[in-house]
Every structure is written in structure tokens, then in C-alpha cells.
Design a protein around this ligand. Structure first.
Ligand SMILES: O=C[C@H](O)COP(=O)(O)O
Length: 248
């Protein structure tokens, strides 16, 4: 497996001043990381982050991308526009967008397609709610979510990143155990293997209350290739510790 990938998803947090301070602290402490690292600020700060991260080992990502090409889509930002700003990754299908913006599997698959067409790597989020887990539907839900993306993107599937984010673990402090996460990652890995002979290129990240204390054990699981970090990515010391825990 290739280098691990650690992605900070700032969600709707930050300001010009606090972004500047956080990125400077990260750049002072990061050295030569043993993994790939990216930050996904709110879209309005993409230009600021492009400048702050220039020439650094940290790449730029975004939290969303339009499912449409340029045109009459008020309020949308296209993958082509994001590419203009040096964006390397786009999170698609985060559960907060599925829940609050009514995004469905088809929207997510289209967003992944637009990102790939623009040369941006989509980070496709999948994950079950607590009720779905308790009903024994975890495998069915994550496979359904990923299969929509596979169906629309065909052989390009080897170019995506997948993030398994159990909804019940996001922002709750209730992390999936390493075994719970590994079991779902193994299911996703098998699904990707059935879709492409290049499945080994696809990194599967874990997200959901990953922090400096639990990152090492989660990242040591055979099918966990990195992390998608929310709250802990807003604190430079914590995020740097997670980066340090991510060795190939
Ligand atoms: O995108 C990140 C995930 O939603 C995880 O967020 P969290 O680390 O705050 O639980």
C-alpha cells in the first residue's frame, strides 16, 4: 500500500486570522512527514490556503464540489474552478451534507465524476447511522453508497480515495474500535477489488473522532490507509501528532 493520507476537514470553522495562525503552526512543526497531508478549509478560504501552503508538504483540498459543469447553477463552485486554485482533493458525500443538504448517492457519484474529470481526487465518504448499525445494516449501507460511485465512474474508481465515517462516531468522541473500523474497511476493499484490478492504489481513510490518542492504533490496521480528521485538525498540536502516527 502507498503512503498513508491524513486529511484535515475544518468543516465550517475558521477566519482569515485563525487560518493563518493554524497553518503557520502546522508548517513550523510538520518537517518532512512520512505520509501525505491535506487541509480542507471552507471554500471561501481556498485562495488564502493556496498561498499559505505554497511550496509546503501540505496539499489543498475542499469540502464540496458542484455536480455540474460551469453554467447557470447559482451558488455552486465547479471542479474546474477549484482546479484553478491548485485544489488536489475534494471531499464528496460527507454525511453532514447527505443529512443537511439532502445529497444522495447519485449526487455524490456525479460530484466524484466532475472532480475526476478536472484532475481532482474525490474523497468519497460512506458510513452508517447508529440505527443502521444496530439493525445490522452497516455493510449494506456502505456498499450501496460506494457502488453508486463505482457504477458511474467505471475504471476511474482506482483514482479515488474512500473515507469510512460511521455517522455515530463523527464529532461525538465515540470512535469506532480499531476492529469495527477494520472490518468495514475490509468490506470496502473487497468491493473495490471486485471493481478494478488497481484496487491497491485506492486509499481507504477512517474518520470519526480520530484524535492524537487513538490514531496510532487505528492507523496500524491493515486496511486503514489514513484518516479524515474533523475536530482534532483544528488544533495544531493534535493534528501534528496524528500526522506523526501515520507511517506507511
Ligand atoms: O470529516 C471529518 C469527520 O466528519 C470526522 O469529524 P470528527 O473528527 O470531528 O469526528
Amino acid at each position: 500500500m502507498s503512503r498513508k493520507l491524513i486529511v484535515g476537514n475544518w468543516k465550517m470553522n475558521g477566519s482569515l486570522a485563525s487560518n493563518d495562525a493554524l497553518v503557520r503552526e502546522l508548517l513550523e512543526g510538520i518537517g518532512q512527514p512520512a505520509c501525505d497531508v491535506a487541509l480542507c478549509p471552507p471554500g471561501i478560504y481556498v485562495a488564502q490556503l493556496q498561498n499559505l501552503l505554497a511550496g509546503s508538504p501540505i496539499e489543498l483540498g475542499v469540502q464540496n464540489v458542484s455536480m455540474n459543469e460551469n453554467g447557470a447553477y447559482t451558488g455552486d463552485v465547479s471542479a474546474e474552478m477549484l482546479k484553478d486554485y491548485g485544489v488536489r482533493y475534494a471531499i464528496v458525500g460527507h454525511s453532514e451534507r447527505r443529512q443537511h443538504q439532502a445529497e444522495n448517492d447519485v449526487h455524490v457519484a456525479l460530484k466524484a465524476k466532475r472532480a475526476l474529470a478536472a484532475g481532482i481526487t474525490p474523497i468519497v465518504c460512506v458510513g452508517e447511522t447508529l440505527r443502521e448499525r444496530e439493525s445490522g445494516m452497516t455493510e449494506f449501507i456502505v456498499k450501496r453508497q460506494l457502488s453508486a460511485v463505482i457504477h458511474l465512474n467505471g475504471h476511474c474508481i482506482s483514482e479515488i480515495v474512500v473515507a469510512y465515517e460511521p455517522v455515530w462516531a463523527i464529532g461525538t468522541g465515540q470512535t469506532a474500535t480499531p476492529l469495527q473500523a477494520q472490518n468495514v474497511h475490509a468490506v470496502l476493499r473487497a468491493q473495490i477489488k471486485a471493481a478494478t484490478e488497481h484496487a491497491d492504489r485506492v486509499r481507504i481513510l477512517y474518520g470519526g473522532s480520530m484524535n492524537a490518542a487513538n490514531a496510532g492504533e487505528l492507523l496500524s490496521q491493515p486496511d486503514i490507509d489514513g484518516g479524515l480528521i474533523g475536530g482534532a485538525s483544528l488544533k495544531s498540536a493534535d493534528f501534528l501528532k496524528i500526522i506523526a502516527a501515520a507511517r506507511a
